[in-house]
Structures are given as C-alpha cells and as structure tokens.
Design a binder for this molecule. Sequence first.
Ligand code: NAD
Length: 338
Amino acid sequence: KKLGWAIVGLGKFATEQIMPNFKDCQHSKLVALVSGSPDKAKKLAREYGIEEKNLYNYQNFDTIRDNPAVDIVYIILPNALHAEYTVRAAQAGKHVLCEKPMATSEEDCQKMIDASKKAGKKLMIAYRCQYEPFNLNAIERIKKGELGKLKVITADHGRPVKPTEDKADTWRVVKKLAGGGSLMDIGIYSLNATRYLTGEEPVEITAQEHSDKSDPRFKEVEDTIVFTLRFPSGVLATCTSSYSYQEVKRGRAFGDKGWLDLDPLSDYNKHTMKIGTEEGKQEPQLKEGNQFAAEVDHMSECVMQNKTPRTPGEEGQRDVRYIMAIYEAAKKGKAVKV
Ligand code: NAD
C-alpha cells in the first residue's frame, strides 16, 4: 500500500532531491503539490503525473482537509514558515513531515507538537542522516563498543553561502525567514550527529562566534560558530559551522579503542566510512541506499502501523533548544547548562 503525499514549497531541495526520489518509495506516492507559483506547480504536476485538482496555493491550502487522497504533508519551506504550515496541515487532519530545523523558536516547536497531538496526527522532522546507511552503521558500531569507550566527537559543517547567485540562499541570510545563520541551516547536522552518535543529550554548552559584519551576507545572520557540548557520560563534542569556508560535511567519533570517520557524514550520496584501531585502518564498503526514500517511507510506515517516528517533533525541538543555548553561550561568553 502507498500513502498519498503533498509537498508544500517547490524550491530547490523539494524539486531536486525529494520529488525525484519518490520513485524508490514502496509505501509513499506523490499526489498533491502546494505552491505560490501556479505555472511551476502545473509543470511539475505534468512531470510527476499529479492531477491538477490536487494543486493548492498558500491561500487555499487549508482545503486540503477535504482531499482524502492526501495522508501526509511534507513541509519544505524557509525555516520560519515551518510552524505555520505544520499547524495548518495538522488542523486539516494531515500527518506532517517537516524539514530541519523544525522551527526558529522552541515555542513554535511546541505549537507544532501540540497541534499534531490535538489532531491525533503524527509529526516527524526530516533528519535524513538518521535514515542513511553509513550513519546508521556508525551508530550500531559505537553502540556495540567497536570504538571502546567513546571519548570525543568532532563534526564540521560549512559551505560558502551565495545569496546573490543561488535563489535558495536568498532567504538564508534573512533572519526573519531563516531564524539564524549557518548553525540553523547546516551546523544542525553536527549537533544532531553528536546526539545520535552518543545516544545522549548534552548537559553543558559553550560557543564562540565570528561574523564579518562588513560582509553583506552576515548583516543579520551568523557566519562561523564553534561550539562544544558536554554529555553526561563524559563524552565531549566540538563542532564547527560556517557559511564561509569551503564545503565540508564530516564527523568523527574517537573511542579508547578506535576512531570512526564519516566524510561526508551528511551528503546526498557518496558517503565514506573509515575506521582506525590498533590493528590498522579499514574502509567498510557499505551500500549507499536511498536515504530520501527511506526517510519518506519510514513516515508512511509509522502512519500505517501507528508508530512514533524515529525523529518525532520532540527530536527537532531538542535541537532548536540546544541551538538557542549555543547562541546564548556565544553571546554571553559563558558555558550554558541545558
Ligand atoms: P528554496 O528557497 O529553494 O525553497 C523554498 C521554497 O519556499 C521556494 O519554492 C519558495 O518559493 C517557497 N516560499 C514560500 N513562501 C516563501 C517566502 N515567504 N519566502 C521565501 N520563499 C518562500 O530553499 P530550500 O533549499 O529548498 O530549503 C527549504 C527547506 O528545506 C529549508 O527549511 C531547508 O532547511 C530545508 N533543506 C533541507 C535539506 C536536507 O538535506 N534535509 C537540504 C536543503 C534544504
């Protein structure tokens, strides 16, 4: 059985990554689109065999309530719009998969959780790395103790943001729409990885930020931010996030018996894993899989089997809480307890 999905926001990520990968889904099919641009929606509908009666705009979106073909709504809008559209979708009686970061404040995350609960519908946050085979394998190896006692995690996520060249980057440097800079957008991958690799929640956070305010890109949002997390077991994590260094998306876990490298950790494909122990280095050859189809199908399966998603709203809310604590620690120049 395949559940019907509606995509809200037909931007770069939706059209280049998500929509094409529905072809590999076993339990999910694209049935509706929501867009502010009727021409774009019609063109994509023709391409994907979506009926024109299943095209919505942001004004009539709430009438999706009357469309039984749509089970799940996938929100792929600028960060600050996630809350409004998740709440509206839940009120229209739909389950929601929402892109990361879940929202731009912890309060908005709570509103999204509450609206889904009230409607009796599921809410999942699109942490695709938690459905990606290399990351899942790393989690298993660490859990099994292959690295011995875990001591440190390091993770780096950065790329040059290009608002004048890439339309998808224009809202990313506007605080009202993005909520923040590199940390909200890509540093969140490092943050989330420290949590799923340790299986723990941080208790203390420190941070330092540097943004060149004469660079028009960083008038409103941060460029580079370095943060550390202390976990209850004693694991320490140190992460970097930047909108100005060359593209990096990697993570490394250090244990007393070995280290494990994912470089990239969070790309769309071409992941690699390297492991170093006393016996030497190895590079396990894992099957890449389709993380997008796995993530989307996971949500459909949770709806069909009435299960809680692996990455529910509460998971997204925790990251937003830690992101706010990172900003606070950077601003105050002091460690923040969480
Ligand atoms: P994008 O700008 O290409 O897409 C956003 C879409 O929202 C556009 O089609 C735009 O027209 C529409 N939109 C509706 N109302 C808008 C408004 N008021 N202002 C601006 N745009 C508006 O951006 P994107 O890169 O596709 O990112 C969309 C979301 O997906 C973000 O939350 C981002 O964090 C997330 N994302 C996730 C991944 C991932 O790997 N999981 C990758 C890229 C983006």
